[in-house]
Design a protein around this ligand. Sequence first.
Ligand code: SAM
Ligand code: FES
Length: 354
Amino acid sequence: MPKYTITDNYALIDKLKENRTLTKDEWTRLIAERTPELAEYLFSLAREERRLHYGHDIYIRGLIEFTNYCRNDCLYCGIRRSNSHAVRYRLSEEDILSCCHTGYGLGFRTFVLQGGEDAFYTDEKMVRIIEKIKKHFPDCALTLSIGEKTCDSYRRYFEAGADRYLLRHETSNAEHYSKLHPSSLTAAARKECLWNLKRIGYQVGTGFMVGSPYQTARHLAEDMLFIRELNPQMVGIGPFIVHHDTPFADQASGTLELTLFMLGLLRLMLPKVLLPATTALGTIAPNGRELGILSGANVVMPNLSPTSVRKDYSLYDNKICTGAEAAECRNCLEKRMEGIGYKIVTERGDSLNL
Ligand code: SAM
Ligand code: FES
């Protein structure tokens, strides 16, 4: 006999919609005991919530993966320092501006500069790049995703014009965090960065991988509670996907099913948050991003990096879109979104979750 009846779990979803949170035990139970029927119920509420605030609009972000050098050695990541098979590259200031230029012409009004933690890009260099992008594209938002920095560095980037910062907390549980990272990196330090970013005034994005090695439903419950407390403007989640040249080569990847369920829960918890249907989701299933939107997501992040370096930003195996030009990626996503009744819009798309 199951410990709880199905009706209890439907009631939990109603409770989540009403209170916008659950206790740790309730989150754990809901996640552990999910069923396809329960998921459908969740997704219908999540879609309704998203429609209320964002209609059927899908925001696009132009992702520029400008360096794959990294001083860190996260155990799951294909561009970790110890992966001697990774072919390393850096984009010059001109390359980055040229990506923005192409993106602007395609209707992008947000650029996301993402990379490993690469000391080559000193604060001075970053500030110059940020200032140039903001000068050339004043009507665009600029998002940084370059890892853990000092509060002073974050402040300098912000003052130079960066608007948003993405830094996934990866897992809220300190012990779980220590199984995914070398001992030089801690959950506490990562969270401290997020609080600093918020304090400075960034629109902040956090998130986690679904199905990372050793993850339990209770860890995911803790992730929900942390996100609720942080109250970020964006939450990026995607399945963990194996990379063959990492210590996790023999682990199982996360699933589409659990990722979608977590997207639905996030939408009900933070109705106005910006929630991307990530590239990793599109990698584990051909229609993963469409299903992500239908579970409550409202952002897609096509790649603007030059095709010559795309395959080298290899965080996990079989990453999609490594051969396509920026325009192809954008058009492909436009068609995919139209196919499910949604529309890509070319606004900055600031978060309504303040
Ligand atoms: N260095 C920056 C940072 O630490 O935030 C940004 C780059 S990092 C590669 C961006 C995100 O990729 C990480 O936060 C992690 O969640 C995700 N990632 C890395 N390896 C992955 C994998 N094997 N499967 C899925 N996502 C992965
Ligand atoms: Fe640094 Fe992955 S280990 S970006």
